[in-house]
Design a binder for this molecule. Structure first.
Ligand SMILES: *[C@@H]1O[C@H](CO)[C@@H](O)[C@H](O)[C@H]1NC(C)=O
Ligand SMILES: *[C@@H]1O[C@H](CO)[C@@H](O)[C@H](O)[C@H]1NC(C)=O
Ligand SMILES: *[C@@H]1O[C@H](CO)[C@@H](O)[C@H](O)[C@H]1NC(C)=O
Ligand SMILES: *[C@@H]1O[C@H](CO)[C@@H](O)[C@H](O)[C@H]1NC(C)=O
Ligand SMILES: *[C@@H]1O[C@H](CO)[C@@H](O)[C@H](O)[C@H]1NC(C)=O
Ligand SMILES: *[C@@H]1O[C@H](CO)[C@@H](O)[C@H](O)[C@H]1NC(C)=O
Ligand SMILES: *[C@@H]1O[C@H](CO)[C@@H](O)[C@H](O)[C@H]1NC(C)=O
Length: 594
């Protein structure tokens, strides 16, 4: 029998090694982060405040990853209350265990740590993370998520010369604990104390409007270059108009979808929304320019002293920004903002930043299987407490997270009976869940009966925004739907006295949060969960993680934090068995060679 030569043998060994370890694993690398979440002192509006920092930073670090990467984030809760971080817009495909909202995870107790582990899969774009419990977002704790394309995937615009993330937000000098008490008491939030850009107060563009001594943000750019500017409204309740003096904003992406590329002089960005613009530094560089985020739709009596103002500094600039701030859109033109929203369309010919579930790029031709008309009302008293409702139900968060209750068959935690429309019955507080049909195609109409803009976010999915209009939605409204290039995103605005319609393909099994992004409404119960169960056993569904924290009815399963299994033994059983097989083949080849 002819024995393989040593060289040949090593060739195969080498080949095997290279194939699996450079191609196999290099394709889906692991990156890990260790984040301590703690209070830090910051003075965004000149008043020292306790804000939530991540690794001592406010805003937190940018999670800069590439699609298909496996991300491990060991979160240490050094706050004085329970914590969960949620990854706004990251779809957590078949992996609701990592979603970080009260219906999917037990909170990380103060003093504990917990490692999120998820794969950013088939999505490319701009998202952000934030603390999801107890009104904590009002104290910060947020940061950006950039999901880059793999190099083999084309992007429908030339590579920009730089990548800049801006967080714009309303801001209150009261702590998140004071604010939540105020909201519970029915007093509402009132007008914010200011608007921040990347955690900084306004540049002193006007001595009367802005006090001295406030630190502001400066972005330095080179003349002639083009930058991708990702803008997130991470605020708690205020819609903001974003603009840069004398510069066009070329819209290219929103929440993981490439848009038809159009220039805007300003953009209304509602709570929880994310956009990418390409901005070319094409102005004569005599001076700096203003970057502005100003509140929209707030009554002038309650209006805020100063908008958010940062500085765009050309590296060869010879002087400070000057002149009046660039004009906002007309406050009383209620149609401006809706028309602008309708003008944002999907570039259907661009390579997909996100996959098209079941050919849903032709979403207009798919048969709708379920219709929900979801109405929100202004804050109301239910059993003596101020609550917000959806279809007359204010969400009650049970002590056992819904997804865990589902996994362990804990009965009585929730009911799959969320109504398709407002019922003729008194409002109530309940844990009523939407029973989604796996692989169904759902139409949801949000009808906003409140007096301010709401934005709604769905975890686990991107949905197509197909229509919005004033008045009450009716079946004939469907004739106005955009059935061709409505943009797929995860957060949509609903104007007061108006409706917004979305379509979503329920191809991601899990228990998914549908919430108002406006923190006050959300805190008072304006949310619901959507249960999507695959009736077949799907081997790709990520199993319950080994490090799951248990609480509520499942607390007896919880071990002491010190006894927990370590970091490296937590990969899924599938990848563990794959690793064992690879190791065995490698050993056999190696021994044969000797
Ligand atoms: C993000 O990572 C990519 C490469 O993975 C790098 O080119 C880019 O500069 C990084 N961006 C930021 C903002 O750090
Ligand atoms: C807590 O952090 C330690 C490392 O400091 C890690 O070994 C452990 O797995 C973490 N716990 C959880 C539940 O992720
Ligand atoms: C859409 O994407 C295609 C493909 O990348 C690109 O060539 C085209 O310019 C884009 N169209 C618009 C209107 O943005
Ligand atoms: C957008 O505006 C810039 C000037 O700022 C211009 O060069 C570019 O052609 C415009 N693009 C589109 C798609 O209108
Ligand atoms: C603005 O004022 C009008 C009329 O007083 C009132 O109905 C509305 O609720 C107010 N809006 C906000 C956002 O406070
Ligand atoms: C939920 O929907 C599934 C079909 O998707 C159905 O089989 C089941 O009976 C429903 N459950 C309830 C409680 O209505
Ligand atoms: C809310 O609903 C009531 C009753 O149908 C209606 O009179 C009112 O105009 C609605 N308000 C808004 C802002 O939709």
């Amino acid at each position: 029998m002819h024995m393989p030569s040593r060289d040949c043998c090593f060739f195969w060994l080498n080949w095997f090694f290279c194939f699996f370890f450079t191609i196999g694993l290099a394709e889906d690398p692991y990156v890990s982060f260790d984040w301590s979440i703690s209070y830090i002192t910051a003075s965004p509006l000149g008043v020292p405040q306790k804000v939530i920092g991540i690794e001592g930073q406010f805003p937190g670090p940018i999670l800069n990853v590439t699609t298909n990467w496996n991300v491990l984030i060991n979160v240490r809760n050094n706050l004085d209350e329970p914590l969960l971080l949620t990854w706004n817009g990251i779809q957590q495909r078949k992996n609701a265990w990592q979603d970080g909202v009260s219906g999917t995870n037990c909170p990380i107790p103060a003093g504990w740590n917990w490692t999120y582990q998820f794969q950013v899969k088939d999505q490319i774009g701009s998202f952000f993370y934030f603390p999801s419990l107890n009104f904590q977002r009002a104290a910060g704790g947020y940061g950006g998520i950039v999901v880059n394309n793999r190099e083999v995937i084309a992007v429908p615009f030339p590579a920009p010369d730089g990548d800049i993330t801006l967080f714009i937000s309303d801001w209150y000098t009261k702590s998140h604990k004071e604010l939540r008490e105020q909201v519970e008491s029915g007093a509402g939030l009132g007008a914010p104390d200011g608007i921040l850009i990347n955690g900084h107060g306004p540049y002193r563009y006007d001595n009367a409007a802005v006090p001295d001594g406030i630190a502001y943000l400066t972005i330095t750019v080179d003349p002639g270059k083009t930058y991708r500017i990702r803008v997130h409204n991470v605020g708690i309740t205020t819609s903001l108009n974003f603009r840069i003096q004398n510069h066009n904003l070329l819209l290219v992406e929103t929440e993981g979808s490439y848009t038809v590329q159009q220039n805007y002089t300003n953009m209304d960005i509602h709570v929880g929304q994310s956009y990418s613009f390409l901005v070319t530094m094409d102005q004569p560089s005599g001076s700096d320019f203003y970057i502005v985020a100003s509140p929209r739709f707030v009554n002038s009596t309650a209006s805020i002293k100063a908008p958010g103002v940062a500085i765009l500094h050309y590296s060869n600039s010879m002087g400070p920004a000057s002149g009046p701030l660039p004009d906002p859109p007309n406050e009383y033109d209620t149609h401006f903002s809706m028309n602008q929203a309708r003008s944002i369309r999907w570039n259907v010919s661009a390579g997909a930043a996100r996959p098209n579930p079941q050919g849903s790029f032709k979403y207009g031709q798919i048969t709708v299987t379920d219709v929900y008309v979801i109405l929100n009302r202004p804050v109301e008293l239910i059993d003596g407490k101020w609550r917000n409702t959806l279809n007359g139900i204010s969400y009650f968060a049970p002590s056992t997270p819904l997804r865990l209750a589902q996994q362990f068959n804990v009965r009585g935690v929730y009911k799959l009976d969320f109504p398709n429309e407002l019922m003729n019955r008194p409002a109530k507080v309940d844990t009523s869940v939407i029973n989604g049909t796996f692989k169904g195609f759902m139409e949801i109409i949000f009808q906003n009966n409140d007096t301010f803009v709401q934005s709604y976010h769905l975890d686990g999915y991107a949905f197509f925004v197909v229509g919005m209009d004033y008045g009450v939605w009716s079946e004939s409204s469907r004739a106005t739907y955009n059935k061709w290039d409505g943009v797929a995103r995860c957060t949509t605005q609903v104007f007061p006295g108006a409706w917004t319609a979305i379509l979503v393909s329920l191809d991601n099994a899990g228990m998914w949060n549908l919430r108002a992004q406006n923190l006050d409404s959300w805190y008072l119960g304006q949310e619901v969960y959507l249960s999507v169960v695959n009736p077949e056993n799907d081997k790709d569904e990520v199993p319950l993680p080994d490090n799951t924290i248990y609480c509520g009815a499942l607390s007896p399963l919880q071990k002491d934090q010190a006894q927990r299994i370590n970091f490296f033994s937590r990969s899924s059983s599938r990848s563990k068995s794959m690793a064992t097989i690879l190791a065995a083949i490698f050993a056999v080849l190696f021994l044969t060679c000797l």
